[in-house]
Design a protein around this ligand. Sequence first.
Ligand code: UGY
Ligand code: MN
Length: 246
Amino acid sequence: MEISALTRSVVKSSHAVISPDGYVNSNVPGWTNCTVNVIINEQMGAQLCQTLVTFREGGRLTGRTVASQLFCYVISGGCRATVEGEERELGAGHFVYVPVGRSYQFGYATAGTRMLTFHKVYEPLEGYDVPPVIFGDAAQVEGPAYLDDPALRLQVLLPEDLSFDMAVNIFTYDSGGHLPFVETHVMEHGLLYLQGQGIYMLDHDWYPVKKGDAIWMAPYCRQWFTAMGKEPAVYIYYKNVNRFPT
Ligand code: UGY
Ligand code: MN
């Protein structure tokens, strides 16, 4: 029999690794007939929120963004998104950016559809409008080599425009590919593995990680990753960007 007192999850002040074995569901008003796992949020010291939503038959997310903007990415399955009256069918790899002050609804999902969400309080920038609603498909986003290393490819899903204060990128590492140096930076990350496996170093603790795992990295958490195994390792991650350091 498996020992139920074991987990790979770790929560520290500078980082967290959350493996799915510890999930406990949350009820979110307006989000019905679905399982919601709040994986990262301010309770652990983060300044972003990251959730994983699994739709049941008739599942629906309905609401209006207020202080926080919302980024949704369909991991598997499909659903219909309506943002401020604009309607789109979404499949795996499709994403939607919902700026502040917009109504949204996600519904008509096939049972078992899984969606990742990132939420961040929007910081306006003088001279810039609030960004528009964006619908996209990761398969259509180019993935050039990262820092000239052909083993690493980076897809930037949101426009690199100062009106945005968050970025969401997909990072693909061929097996054996690794970050070229230990990053130490002011930006925060929330991250979910979409494929593969490898070893993440977070503040000099070493973690085996794989598809389904999530990571939170606080500002200045030292970070390095190498991919292992037979297929590329792929993660999607959030980063706060483009604002004056206070
Ligand atoms: O954008 C980044 O900071 C990225 N290179 N960090 C990471 O993957 N841990
Ligand atoms: Mn980084």
